[in-house]
Design a protein around this ligand. Sequence first.
Ligand SMILES: Cc1cc2nc3c(=O)[nH]c(=O)nc-3n(C[C@H](O)[C@H](O)[C@H](O)COP(=O)(O)O)c2cc1C
Length: 203
Amino acid sequence: MRKILFTVALAAALVGCNNSGQVGSNSVSFDDVIKTRRSVRSYDATKTIGEAEVRELLLSAQEAPSWANQQPTKYYVAQSAAMIDSVKNYIGGNRRNVEGAPVLIVSTFERGKSGFFNGNPANELGDLWGAYDNGLANAYLVLKARAMGFDTLIMGMRDADALRRLFGIPESETITAVISLGYRSGEPRQPQHKNLDDIVKFF
Ligand SMILES: Cc1cc2nc3c(=O)[nH]c(=O)nc-3n(C[C@H](O)[C@H](O)[C@H](O)COP(=O)(O)O)c2cc1C
């Protein structure tokens, strides 16, 4: 009996294991997600991503830590062809990078939340803590996207004023990035990341 149970458990483990490192299944390892996430600048226009999938993605972004749990990050999702076309007008040269991406997400953070106590900055960084929290949430977003088999490009080159008008984003929010979401077509560039010893000092 124990032998049968062991065999069943082993078979289940093997079915769950994904040796190819291909993501998009529940069994993908966190290291594979990290390693295969790249900034993707070429998308497969034949593939779509539905609202339910975007919601699942953003639920993960919401799990990110934030200053006093302020959760200052907001998202504005362009999923209709008309809105996507409009957003593309406001990302300059990035336009050609996101051709074919079925979703474009504008990320913002509410000012005066993270880094503030009773309306006053808690220290010298002030609203930079909002940007910090926003970056954390967006990091969760791009990693979850990869775990779901999607690809992303975070874009800081964008016209914030035009995007504010397009989505009706309140002045109380700072617009940070536009993030494309889609499926890669072809293999993305593999930019060199620094050696660990260039960025760390142990004491
Ligand atoms: C805050 C931020 C802004 C960025 N803005 C742009 C952008 O406007 N256009 C672009 O092509 N890439 C942009 N990138 C992507 C970076 O160039 C990319 O992350 C970097 O070269 C490392 O490549 P990798 O993401 O594939 O590891 C941005 C990334 C971040 C985090």
